[in-house]
Structure formats: structure tokens, C-alpha cells
Design a protein. Sequence first.
Length: 305
Amino acid sequence: MQFEKDLYGTFGGLVDPSYKGDEDIIYDAVIQGIPYEVATSGKKGTSYAMKALRAISQDMQIISRTGRDFSSIKIFDAGDVPIFPLDSEETRKAIENAFMYLRKTYHCPIISIGGDHSVTYPLIKGLQNEGKVGVVWFDAHRDLLDDFLRSKYSHGTSLRRAIDLPNVEPSNVLLVGTRYFTPEEEKVVQDLGIHELRKVDLENSSNWISDFQSILKEIESRVDYLYISLDIDGLDPACAPGTGTPVCGGVFTHELMQMLSSIQVPIAAYDIVEVSPPLDSSGITVKTMMGILTELLAKIFSLKF
């Protein structure tokens, strides 16, 4: 597919404004927005996340919290994926096709900003067309329900649909920071051998970073690509109150950033979802999203060398 020219924009002041979509430029990362929130069960507002992120992107740090300077990184803002609010199937196709187009065209990590967590399924579907995919799922919830809100494609079923895909084995999935459980999802985790580091597991571990790296290394050895999905409600509400389904007792921002920083292998794609600016009266959640993105970009840049 081809994006409309008027969707191109700049992000963080790091995008070449002369790019018109017809030059062979090598980018380090591509970012896109997916303003879709029809599949959420909580309060709305996630469709505004990318708009809010772009609005503050000029204030983005170009040196990470660990001192990595990525000021020379080349980012392309591909605009927003076309959304069809009354046709969820067509929206999923648009998300998948946009992702595949960006992968084929730019050959670099794709960062998608949702939207609710249902958008992750078509993104992973697009990636698994290229080979075996391992998934790291940061979330308060497992999103492994077979049906939620009378739909198999809600934000509570996204990971369940992903592991139904031929190139996404349950044993190549790692859940991190989970703390909201249902009997159905407990059975799926146990029966299918999905890896999980619940928030309580992180709390009780003497070396939780090592636990995370060990599982990730095992998964990475079996797959062709790694995908990381970051639901903002994986963080404690104190760090990210602007989300529709907050759950207390979560991961803190510095813990998440430590895990992201510890990843030593290239990641094919990332997403950040469930940020709702209308619920973020203090603006801290959008700033947190920006901080996470800063660490992701620094990681992408550092793994080039």
C-alpha cells in the first residue's frame, strides 16, 4: 500500500523534512500511529495517543537515561494507519498491510503507537508472514481470552489470536508484569507453556533482570524475529494514570526501562498501546510514553553497532 503524502510528518525534529516518499533513504526506525479504540472495554481516549505524542516530540531527549547519545538517528514518521471504526475486519487488514509495507520498504524496526491493545494482533500477523516470531508482552493483563465483549478481536483477546497464528508458538511468548488473572487465561498459560514473569515473581526474585534475560535468550534462540508489545497499564497507575483499565501494584517505570535496556538482540517491531490522553489530566502518562520511546530509540541505535 502507499501512504498519502499529507500524512507524512516530522517527529522529534529528527526527521529529514525534504523526504517526499520517493527517495532511497536508509532509516534507523519508522514510527506510525494507529488511532483505533473501538475494541477497548475501559474508558476511551487511546485514539489520541499518537497526536499527543507528536505534540511533545520536539522535547524528546536525544541522550538516554543511561547516557546513550542517539542524536544522529534517522526516524521516519509514516503518519497514521487508515482506520474504519465501523468495520473492524477492514481496520485489521489496513493495520497488517501498513505494517508489511513499512517492513518491506524500510527494512528497520517499526514502532507503532496505539490505540487499544487489539491493534497488536494484526501487527504480529504481518510480522509472522516473514518467519517465526517471539513475543514479549508487557501488561497488567494476559489478553488471552478467547472471546471478550462478544468479540474474538477485542483488546482482551489480542494475544490469544496471536498465538493462533502459525508462526507464533505459545512457548515463544513471555508475559511480563501481569497481575490481573482469570481462570480461563490461567489454564491457557499452564496448558500451552507460555512464559510468564508476574509482578509478584519480579518482586520475589533476587535477580529479576537475569530471569528476564534468561527467558528472552531461550525464546530468541528459536525464532527469526522478536516483537515487543508495551501496554501502558503494565506500569503501576502511579506512573501512568492515563489509561482505561489501570491495575494497582504494577511495574515502575525504571524497572521497565531496565528490562528494555537489558535486551541484547535486535527487535523487529515494538508497540506502545492503551495510553489515553483525555484520562491523563496531569500529562504524566504521555510524558512516560515519550520516556519509554526514548529508551527504545536509544536501544535501536545502539544495536546497530
